[in-house]
Design a protein around this ligand. Sequence first.
Ligand code: KG4
Ligand code: ZN
Length: 356
Amino acid sequence: MRILAFETTCDETSVCLLDDDRLLSNIVFSQINLHRKYSGVVPELASRAHLEKISWVLGAALSKAGYKRPFFSGGRLSGPKIDAVVFSRGPGLPGALLVSRVAAEAASRLLGSKLLGVNHLEGHFLAYEYEGGTASRRIKFPCIGLIVSGGHTELWTAEGYGRYNVMGRTRDDAAGEAFDKVAKLLGLEYPGGPSVEKEALKSGLSGFDFPRPYMEDTFDFSFSGLKTAVAYKLRDMLGHDFYEKRLRPSPADRSRICLAFEEAVSDTLVHKTARACADTGIRRVIIGGGVAANLRLRRKFMELSDKLGYEIGFAEKRYCTDNAAMVALCGARRLAARATGGSLDIAPDLAVVSWP
Ligand code: KG4
Ligand code: ZN
């Protein structure tokens, strides 16, 4: 089974070809440089940039997979048949989602292949299965899924492929969003996650302490208070108008703040996941999404695993942030289960639901 997949939910334009669990190509064009000067993703710029780049990224993915250019001749592809075209329906930015939707439909019509719209967050979950360029690991069910990305923080119980129940989700800022906003407060580059991680690594011991939003009565998450705690700390150190005046803490303090913030986010994610395991009796956890690339978070989860014997699986770092490979896998697993139905409409607020 050969699958062509498109991903343009936020600020990465990505296309891949998956052949029976083996990636033939997975091209990711990041818009980071475009958004950097705004310290965050500007939706309209993102949509336009996807539109400008999608043909190039598609061409690169096809030629890396061995298709000759021009790859369409008289509506027919010169090369092995592509059985299905898959795209992320959402969640994501509306204009950005449209680009994949239109490109995928055009490709499926030209190729005469099936068209499937899948859930981007399910992609982050399934990304765990890639090892190198092949989806050779299998998620063992039942398990707890923790998705930590720029727009979402979600805890699920997963009973099988396409059988997901949401236990808790973001009430305000997602974990990645909190990283991005704290980076902005500290004058660090976008995207905030990698910048904060790099700064935190410069510091041994923090000396600062930020609250852990455990919210014991729910599995939902709230990271906006933690971001505000960092802002208050900076205000106390630098004055109430530190942000307007672009005042920054010393490099040593900045590193210590980054470390303390990372600790607070990681402790919260570990604590709530451990509680979800205790509550459900499930001892396996799969973690995906951009924030899952964070080394401190990975280390803390490994400590949990050593302490309580839970099986913890992280997506490989390169598959944590957005990519089309994870989208292709959603299609592959769905087709293998013969569950091909579902809407093709883009859905910016799409929640994770079980397959139709
Ligand atoms: O999953 P993703 O690529 O996009 C969304 O679906 O949102 O996640 C992007 C988010 C950003 O907020 C970014 O700052 C964060 O993931 N991120 C990280 C790291 N790498 C990316 N956060 C913490 N540590 C990292 N190493
Ligand atoms: Zn994502």
